[in-house]
Design a protein around this ligand. Structure first.
Ligand SMILES: Cc1ncc(COP(=O)(O)O)c(C=O)c1O
Length: 432
């Protein structure tokens, strides 16, 4: 049991609540990770808040104009009617068309119609509800979104195997992960692999060559009599800032890679369409054995699981998102927003290349998404975070003792030099 859960249970010991808790109720806790640190930064970071995964301009969240314009214009049904269990059918089709456009190797015959979930988190939980039994083997990197531990280890009681995201040379681990799966999962068994690109917290995405390597290595695993469920967390899809990055989702390759590979795409409007609080995600399954009959049975399973958890998702958000996806200005405006985030990335790269201070902070490879991470080496990452927050009014996220995550996507270009120079100076002062 996690020590934080133990502490909570001690506080509830011999109370009616403590006595009545389920096994899951006893195991669950609220991590002292990203959300807790972001809450603290919300109170104290009066200069820059580079903690939470949102993109800001001039202190306000970025918002696409069609979203803003449509807010007061909805019909009563669009605004407050119930949405169907698996989501607005027109929206589901529009999202599917978008997936096919963004992932040119997708063949609609082998994929399910995306179901609407409560954010990408909801899609991941649905994937786990349907495919992750207690004691199943689940694989994801040591440095990952902290919610994976809460979902897979605490809630679904899986056997979690963490692997290093990069090898000792700083290259994405792929072959070693395939070997690890073959080692841990017996023949005939099931492996669940969670891949998230662009990655949280490092901001790394595979190159074109690495994408093909993932495909080859997972085929190697699948052909040795392992069932492989690959859950693709594509939360930051599309935010690629370098030309050599594989520009599609790995779903594009994996759904048809081998009959033993089941690919599940968890994505959503949250970051792709700058609507963090809408809570609209999508759950899409791809596999070579998909037939209309199989898709129908799967749809019933998905609807059952949604009905038993959230019942259905926000109608108002789905109505506005549908208008956004089908508006004529959508692609042009989105491109502009993406270019703004790319500019922020390029400024950060430039600052790192030109820095004279803060050399003890070693950045991990990054090329995409919202974040970058420093390896703080001998300097305790939380000590640096606290110093930045309390003395400089700057919010960052410490991940364990060694890594500091900076959300450059949430900081205006004009403020990035001051932010990074303050981080470098503070790290140097603490190291001397
Ligand atoms: C990697 C990753 N996956 C999923 C999510 C959650 O997305 P949503 O807010 O749509 O549930 C986040 C949010 O920060 C994330 O960083």
């Amino acid at each position: 049991m996690h020590p934080l859960a133990q502490k909570l249970n001690e506080a509830l010991h011999d109370t009616l609540i403590g006595i009545c808790l389920s096994d899951y109720g006893k195991e669950i806790y609220f991590p002292e990770g990203i959300v807790a640190q972001a809450t603290e930064a919300g109170k104290k970071a009066h200069r820059y808040n580079a903690t939470v995964g949102m993109a800001y301009v001039d202190g306000q969240p970025m918002i696409l104009p069609t979203i803003q314009d449509n807010l007061p214009r909805l019909t009563p049904m669009e605004a407050v009617g119930y949405a169907p269990t698996a989501g607005n059918p027109k929206l589901r089709i529009a999202w599917k068309e978008g997936l096919v456009r963004k992932n040119p190797e997708l063949d609609e015959r082998f994929m399910s119609l995306p179901a609407v979930t409560s954010g990408i988190t909801g899609a991941m939980v649905l994937a786990a509800e349907l495919f992750c039994a207690p004691q199943d083997h689940v694989f994801y990197p040591e440095l990952s979104w902290d919610n994976y531990d809460l979902m897979f280890a605490t809630r679904f009681q899986a056997r979690v195997h963490h692997f290093p995201l990069f090898d000792k040379k700083g290259v994405l681990s792929i072959e070693a992960v395939a070997d690890m799966i073959l080692n841990k999962v017996p023949e005939g068994g099931k492996a669940i692999l969670v891949l998230n690109y662009p990655q949280n917290p490092t901001g790394y995405s595979p190159t074109k060559q690495q994408a093909v390597e993932w495909e080859r290595e997972l085929i190697r695993v699948a052909s040795q009599n392992r069932h492989v469920v690959v859950i693709l967390d594509d939360a930051y899809f599309g935010l690629c800032y370098e030309d050599d990055i594989y520009p599609h989702s790995l779903f594009n390759l994996l759904y048809k890679a081998h009959p033993n590979i089941l690919a599940i795409k968890c994505d959503g409007a949250t970051k792709e369409d700058y609507v963090w609080g809408f809570r609209v995600g999508f759950f899409t399954v791809g596999t070579t054995s998909m037939t209309p009959q199989i898709a129908e049975a799967l749809e019933a399973k998905v609807k059952g699981a949604l009905r038993a958890s959230v019942s259905s998702c926000s109608q108002v958000a789905q109505s506005i998102l549908y208008k956004e996806l089908t508006s004529l200005v959508y692609h042009g405006i989105k491109k502009k927003y993406m270019e703004e985030l790319k500019k922020r990335y390029e400024v950060v790269r430039d600052l790192l290349n030109r820095r004279s201070a803060g050399r003890k902070l070693q950045e991990l490879p990054f090329n995409s998404g919202y974040f970058m991470c420093f390896d703080t080496g001998n300097l305790n990452a939380n000590t640096l975070r606290e110093k930045l927050l309390n003395d400089e009014g700057i919010g960052t996220i410490a991940l364990g003792d060694r890594y500091l995550r900076v959300t450059f996507a949430s900081i205006d270009v004009k403020d990035l030099p001051d932010l990074y120079e303050t981080i470098f100076r503070t790290a140097d002062a603490l190291s001397s």
